[in-house]
Structure formats: structure tokens, C-alpha cells
Design a binder for this molecule. Structure first.
Ligand code: PFF
Length: 453
């Protein structure tokens, strides 16, 4: 099915920014800061950094190597290097793309709504209190549809005209906003306890298995790993790209934005005396973002309008560039595998994902469960598959990785990490995460059935 020649990024910066755009998203601003605060502060940040370096970056490089080497979307890429038996793993990636985007876009819809409120009339006290109303039902579904429409529009525009162009404009904007907000937050009186809450070292909290699982799941989610998103983006690279450098830059940028986002959220909340809303509450990140922060913005008066607008615009931007990469996994597979034109693939896949998101738009418990299944099962499992694939199946991954690179320095270490350390770590984490997810699913179903009975 040889159709039009494969598109390529117009520049290395274009690729790297698009990949950072995939990585930096709701995970950085919606999840990371809260996880860190709950799980031992700076100690968690160090654990997270270690996992990102020792597990995340090697898997990221594995995805880039498969993508660039095969110049194909995930299912075909795995078959290219491993034979037909590996096609199902690619199928799992595409399924993960469907699943994750279906609820990711619902949350993104909330951020669009909040950005519009912030830019328009500004937050009143009541907005925050009504979060539970805006988070579910037709309203939530409507914003989800709107967000998906924008995502489809960009992806339909192609690699250069749509995805790269969007990333080149939006990513620098996002960096500037997040850094600007962190600097502003530092000037607030009473910010100190916020930093202390976020970064205080609490080793005791770190000593639970579930923390390891949270850190691993977060590293995979945040770096967009384990479902072929980075693989797909790398399949539009020309052969002479220096992949190890790219993977380090992408990983560093992702961790940096997550860290700096925490330097925005906590000082703001503490400076306005709203900490009792999050400390020890079960509102989770969603609470911090969609309930406590608007309240903070409302109380800050005129400045709050500006700061609130910038904050939620940054969230929308992060969500959009991530959603683009999720949709691209499905779309590129439909283009390569079914021979569909890009526009049709984007429309059909986008439409199907929009419908699949309906249960999440009507029930936040369902949304939470799908999020857990996606992370604990699809991404960690997909990461395990990728590590084994490149570590043991691919014939000469080192030569493949070294294309366009002088010297092979730490490639043998990389391969041994993928062969042994990364799989061992992921199997360990999965052994903990899968039963927990299963339990959560059973509870939710029992609850839903009980309610309807
Ligand atoms: N990395 C994105 C975030 O942190 O919000 C989420 C994501 C995007 C996960 C793309 C997986 C993916 F393939």
C-alpha cells in the first residue's frame, strides 16, 4: 500500500518541540505536584528523577530507535523489526491511544472551560464550588467535543503543517507562562509554607510500595511512554537524527516543567491560606487545580484575572499538544494500515474517541478508573513489551540507535538496562499495580450496579 511518500519534520527543533509537547501536559500540571506533595516531597522528586533517568529515558530511546528505523506507525514498525508475532503489541498501543485520549480530552475540556471563564468574567467564589456540576454531564461532554474537534483539526493538517507548526508556536509560549508564573508566585507573601509543603523531605512516606508504583506510572504517563506515541513521532524523522541527545532533552524538559509547575501551584495556594482545602483532603489533584486554584484567583482580585487566565491557558496548551500525539498514534496506524487519507483517518478516529469518552464525561469515578487502567496496565505493560523487544528481539539495536551519532559510548549499558533492569523493575511494579487496578474496577462496578439496583 505504498501511497504518498512519508512526511518528515522540517527541522530537528520541530521534532523535539513536538515530542516535548507530547510529554508536557496535564500529567505535569495536573498530577505531578500533587503526587509529590502526598508522597514525600523532595524525596519523591528524587525517586521520580531516578526512575525517569534509569527506566524512562532508556524506554524513550527504544521508542525513538524503532520509530526512526522503521519509518512506520507502531503496528508495522514492530512487525518490521520483530516479525508478525509482534503486531498485537502494536495493536495494544493503538488501543491505549483510544483509551487515554477518551478521558484525557474530558479533563482538557474542563481546562478549556476554566480558561474561558478566566479570560471572560473571571472566577467568582461560586465557580469553584460548582466544579462537581461542570465536571460531569452534557456540559462536560460539550467541552470534550470542542477540544477533540481542535485536536482533529491540527492532526488533519499533517506533520509539518499541523503538528510541527502548532508545537513551534505553543511550546515556547507554555514555557514562558509557567516560568513567569513561578517567578510571580515567589513574590507572594506567605509563599514559604507552600514550598515547604511541596518539597519537605519525608522519607517515611517514601517507604511504601505504592509510592514506587505511583512514581513509575507517573514517569511513563508524563513522558508519553509505553504506547508508541514517541515511536510514531520518531517515524517522521530523517535518518541522521542524534537520538540519545533528543531523548535527554525531551526527558529533561518534561521533568523541569513538572517541577516548576509545582512551584506555581503550592505557593499560590498557601499564600492565600487555602491549604486546608488540599492538605489531607481527598480532592486530589483535580481538587487543587479546579477547585482551590480558581478560588485563589478569585481572591486575588484584578491580578488574579491575569494570573488565572495565564495558568489555564498554559494547561489548555499542554493538553492540546499531548492530545495531538495521542491521536496521531491512531491516525498514523489508520493511514499506514488501512491506506486511508489523513483527513479521513483523523475524523473517523477523532469521532470514535469522542464517543468513547462519554462515560468519563458523565462519571468522574469512571474517568479515574480508566486513567488507572491506562497507566497501570497499558503504559507499564507496553513499556515492558518495548524493553524486551529492543533488548532481546531486535537484531542490532545499537547500530540502529547509533545511526547519525559519533561513537557508541553508553549504548551497551542502554541495551543491558533494556534487557534486565527495566523489565525486572516493570514486572515488579506491575505485580503490585495490576491487582490494585483490578480491585478498583471491581469496586466501581459493584458500586454502579448497587446504585442502579
Ligand atoms: N504525557 C502526557 C501528559 O503528561 O499529560 C500524557 C500522554 C500523552 C500520555 C501521550 C501518553 C501519550 F502517549
Amino acid at each position: 500500500m505504498a501511497s504518498a511518500p512519508r512526511e518528515h519534520w522540517s527541522s530537528r527543533t520541530g521534532f523535539v518541540l513536538a515530542a516535548i509537547g507530547s510529554a508536557v501536559g496535564l500529567g505535569n500540571m495536573w498530577r505531578f505536584s500533587y503526587l509529590a506533595a502526598e508522597n514525600g516531597g523532595a524525596a519523591f522528586v528524587v525517586l521520580y528523577l531516578t526512575i525517569t533517568l534509569a527506566v524512562g529515558i532508556p524506554v524513550l530511546l527504544a521508542e525513538l530507535v524503532i520509530g526512526r528505523g522503521s519509518q512506520q506507525s507502531p503496528i508495522r514498525a514492530l512487525a518490521h523489526f520483530g516479525g508478525r508475532a509482534w503486531k498485537p503489541l502494536g495493536g495494544v498501543f493503538v488501543a491505549a491511544g483510544f483509551l487515554i485520549l477518551s478521558y484525557y480530552s474530558v479533563i482538557a475540556g474542563w481546562t478549556v472551560r476554566y480558561a474561558l471563564i478566566a479570560l471572560g468574567e473571571g472566577f467568582g467564589q461560586d465557580v469553584a464550588e460548582h466544579f462537581s456540576e461542570v465536571a460531569v454531564g452534557w456540559d462536560a461532554f460539550g467541552y470534550h467535543v470542542a477540544f477533540m474537534a481542535i485536536t482533529v483539526f491540527v492532526v488533519a493538517g499533517g506533520i509539518r503543517g499541523g503538528i510541527e507548526r502548532t508545537a513551534l508556536v505553543l511550546m515556547p509560549t507554555l514555557f514562558a507562562i509557567v516560568v513567569g508564573l513561578a517567578l510571580y508566585a515567589a513574590t507572594l507573601q506567605g509563599a514559604g509554607p507552600g514550598y515547604a509543603y511541596y518539597l519537605s523531605v519525608d522519607l517515611e512516606k517514601l517507604l511504601h510500595w505504592s509510592v514506587l508504583k505511583d512514581a513509575a506510572g507517573q514517569a511513563f504517563f508524563s513522558l508519553s511512554l509505553g504506547m508508541g506515541a514517541m515511536l510514531t513521532f520518531a517515524s517522521y524523522l530523517k535518518r541522521d537524527e542524534h537520538l540519545p541527545n533528543s531523548s535527554l532533552v525531551i526527558g529533561f524538559a518534561d521533568v523541569a516543567v513538572a517541577f516548576v509547575a509545582g512551584l506555581v501551584v503550592f505557593p499560590l495556594i498557601f499564600a492565600l491560606g487555602l491549604e486546608e482545602r488540599i492538605v489531607g483532603s481527598k480532592l486530589g489533584t483535580v481538587g487543587a487545580l479546579f477547585i482551590t486554584l480558581p478560588q485563589a484567583f478569585a481572591e486575588m482580585g484584578a491580578i488574579g484575572r491575569g494570573v488565572g487566565s495565564l495558568f489555564f491557558v498554559a494547561l489548555v496548551v499542554g493538553a492540546l499538544t499531548s492530545a495531538i500525539s495521542l491521536l496521531e498514534v491512531v491516525v498514523s496506524s489508520a493511514i499506514d494500515g488501512l491506506g486511508w487519507p489523513r483527513r479521513r483517518a483523523a475524523l473517523v478516529a477523532g469521532g470514535a474517541i469522542t464517543l468513547l469518552g462519554a462515560p468519563s464525561a458523565w462519571n468522574t469515578d469512571v474517568l479515574g478508573l480508566v486513567d488507572q487502567i491506562a497507566n497501570n496496565f497499558f503504559l507499564l505493560g507496553g513499556g515492558l513489551g518495548l524493553a524486551l523487544f529492543v533488548g532481546w528481539i531486535m537484531r542490532d539495536p545499537i547500530a540502529e540507535a547509533a545511526g547519525g551519532t559519533e561513537g557508541i559510548g553508553w549504548f551497551p549499558l542502554w541495551r543491558w538496562l533494556l534487557r534486565l533492569a527495566v523489565p525486572a523493575f516493570l514486572i515488579f511494579v506491575l505485580a503490585y499495580a495490576v491487582p490494585e487496578t483490578w480491585e478498583a474496577a471491581r469496586n466501581l462496578f459493584a458500586d454502579l450496579l448497587g446504585r442502579s439496583a
